[in-house]
Design a protein around this ligand. Structure first.
Ligand code: GTP
Ligand code: MG
Length: 314
């Protein structure tokens, strides 16, 4: 059996991804086949449309300087890093926990690590971390890609940890607490991420999604997606509101957690699982779909970004 490195070097990692494009309200879904491949001359990940002939390009020509190269783990699997950012109590740990529970139900072989570091009050101390995989190469038994998902600790006193966790990030989930009274906390969190990431956020060279959480709160106690735009401008984090608008996902981790529990309790296992005992994807409650959507969208965007950079570089 081939080892993981040689399998990747030979470009055996074929990944089918569904691309959902929304342009001015029109949504179209298309499928693209992406071949993941390591450049033999460098440590960066190559990805290209399988219909295009692979040709070797040096790393500098790929325009990857704004996008940290993907590292390989000890088994040779390319890995990327996604960070949940946001003020304390916004729901970052809850969102990542729901993501992990769903992946464990749907695809347990692609859940590799789960770590939660919290203080006695449940606030994150350093970070939470989950490691997940995409697909599986049958010849190596390894996933084509691994993604490490971190949450930062949102409390003011943990700014040093946040800076460390953000290093080498490939995709950002900005969690906003929709509770109106938390406007200032949301704003300072955006000011801080802007200082650390700068125009990579506003010009979207760093793929990002915005999770507007706690939408279960009464309407007059929470902010709307439109007001998220105001927050972005006021904080100086992102003035590209047209781009930001399509990246906002309204969610309620509270509803997602309850709906998932109810699904598992109320339906028989045969109705909701496939022949291997895995939860069927079409059984995801809408509230759960919304919570996991940002990370799944980022994974797609990261792959597309690498693919595009290769195209432009070639
Ligand atoms: N009403 C409501 N409460 C929520 C929601 N999501 C999370 N919470 C609650 O908000 C509190 C904080 O959630 P966490 O996920 O720990 O927040 P965090 O962003 O990780 O906070 P730090 O670790 O301090 O940065 C918990 O009591 C959650 O149950 C939601 O969608 N709606
Ligand atoms: Mg937390």
């Amino acid at each position: 059996m081939k080892d993981a490195n040689s399998a990747l070097t030979e470009g055996l990692g074929l990944l089918a991804i569904s691309l959902k494009l929304t342009i001015r309200g029109y949504t179209s879904t298309t499928r693209a086949r992406v071949a993941l491949q390591f450049c033999p001359h460098s440590d960066c990940l190559r990805a290209e449309d399988s219909s295009v002939r692979h040709s070797c390009i040096e790393k500098e020509n790929l325009g990857l300087s704004a996008f940290p190269p993907l590292k390989r783990d000890h088994e040779g699997v390319p890995t990327c890093k996604i960070v949940f950012w946001g003020p304390t109590m916004a729901g970052k740990t809850t969102a990542l926990t729901i993501f992990k529970v769903l992946k464990t139900l749907e695809d347990p072989d692609n859940v590799f690590k789960w770590l939660k570091l919290e203080d006695p009050t449940g606030r994150t101390l350093f970070f939470d971390q989950g490691i997940f995989g995409v697909g599986r190469d049958t010849s190596t038994g390894l996933p084509y890609l691994k993604y490490h998902v971190f949450t930062v600790p949102g409390q003011d006193r943990h700014s040093a940890q946040r800076k460390v966790i953000l290093q080498g990030v490939h995709g950002l989930v900005v969690v906003i607490d929709s509770e109106m009274s938390r406007w200032d906390e949301n704003k300072s969190s955006l000011v801080e991420v802007n200082e650390l990431i700068g125009d990579r956020f506003s010009n979207a060279t760093l793929p990002y999604q915005i999770l507007l959480n706690k939408m279960d709160l009464p309407k007059d106690e929470r902010i709307s997606s439109l007001e998220v735009g105001k927050l972005l401008v006021e904080s100086g984090a992102n003035e590209n509101l047209r781009d930001a608008a399509v990246r906002i996902v309204e969610s309620s981790c509270l509803s997602a957690r309850n709906d998932l529990k109810e699904l598992l309790a109320s339906k028989s296992r045969e109705d909701i699982t496939d022949e291997n005992g895995r939860l069927k994807k079409n059984m995801r409650p809408p509230s759960v779909k919304r919570v996991v959507q940002p990370v799944e969208a980022l994974i797609r965007e990261i792959l597309i970004q690498i693919m595009k950079q290769q195209r432009f570089g070639s």
